[in-house]
Design a protein around this ligand. Structure first.
Ligand SMILES: NC(=O)c1ccc[n+]([C@@H]2O[C@H](COP(=O)([O-])OP(=O)(O)OC[C@H]3O[C@@H](n4cnc5c(N)ncnc54)[C@H](O)[C@@H]3O)[C@@H](O)[C@H]2O)c1
Length: 255
């Protein structure tokens, strides 16, 4: 299964970049956007055949221009990964700033709305396609001191379920990935934030994440990309409206 037209937001680093490499590596056409211009340049150097543009998913004009360009170039899309996300602030709710709350929901939830709205239109017209949202195990559990991020990711689960219902009759599948703690720079930043907010050490937060999973393990971006490939494939042709955890089985976020 190759030759699909794959769109990835937040595609210039971490999970998004792993998705781009994995889809491109098997012969798919990849278009990615990211708000980080330097990272986009790096991704373009890695994947010269890809469409790679700087666009902020929270800005309807920027994400709209990127997606319109993809539509002009390809006439549609077979797989759309609404992946761009940010960890948001950490702290007790009474200490959180409203602007920080809104900024977190803006990227994680509003950005997915704008991306999925476009995907729904083009996929409904072509009567095929797979939308894959990047939620999180945080969207299946609660995490103390991370209320904006958790609320946004639970929101994505609701969006996934609802869009699967709206688009299923048109032959479009909608699923979400729920990665656990993924090795990499982003999680290191999150651990530091959570340690500070919880008044504990980095090592204790790190151990909490590992000990809360049945497999006592972290996840790699490549593990998550494998699940996305499966969800985009004919093997998943009857799978829609699901949240697929790739997390070593999270038993608890607060062991
Ligand atoms: N890393 C983890 O442990 C983990 C766990 C669960 C879920 N996730 C989710 O996975 C997704 C990817 O995260 P990651 O771990 O690869 O982190 P990352 O920071 O490496 O990648 C996120 C990418 O999104 C981009 N981005 C951020 N805001 C954007 C915006 N407004 N418009 C366009 N691009 C934007 C960033 O520049 C970055 O390249 C996110 O939705 C994140 O919430 C990550």
């Amino acid at each position: 299964m190759s030759g699909q037209r794959v769109v990835i937001t937040g595609g210039a680093s971490g999970i998004g970049l792993a998705l781009a490499h994995r889809f491109a590596g098997r012969g798919d056409r990849v278009a990615l956007c990211d708000a980080d211009a330097d990272a986009v340049r790096g991704a373009k150097a890695d994947l010269p055949a890809a469409i790679a543009e700087t666009a902020d998913v929270t800005d309807p004009a920027q994400i709209g221009a990127f997606l319109a360009g993809v539509e002009d170039a390809w006439g549609g899309a077979d797989v759309v990964c609404a992946n761009a996300g940010t960890g948001g602030p950490a702290g007790r709710i009474e200490d959180l700033d409203f602007d920080d709350w809104r900024a977190c929901l803006d990227v994680n939830l509003d950005g997915a709305f704008l991306t999925c709205r476009w995907a729904a239109r083009v996929m409904r017209a072509q009567r095929s396609g797979a939308i894959i949202l990047t939620a999180s195990t945080s969207g299946l559990h609660g995490v103390p001191h991370r209320s904006p991020y958790v609320a946004a990711k639970w929101g994505l689960v609701g969006l996934t379920k609802t869009l699967a219902m709206e688009l299923g009759p048109a032959g479009v599948r909608v699923n979400a990935l729920a990665p656990g703690a993924v090795e990499g720079a982003r999680m290191e930043r999150v651990l530091a934030m959570e340690a500070e907010a919880g008044g504990t050490t980095l090592e204790s937060v790190r151990a909490q994440y590992v000990n809360g999973t049945s497999l006592r393990s972290w996840v790699t971006a490549e593990d998550v990309a494998e699940m996305a490939l499966f969800l985009a494939s004919p093997a998943a042709s009857k799978i829609s409206g699901q949240v697929m955890a790739v997390d070593g089985h999270t038993e608890t976020m607060t062991p």
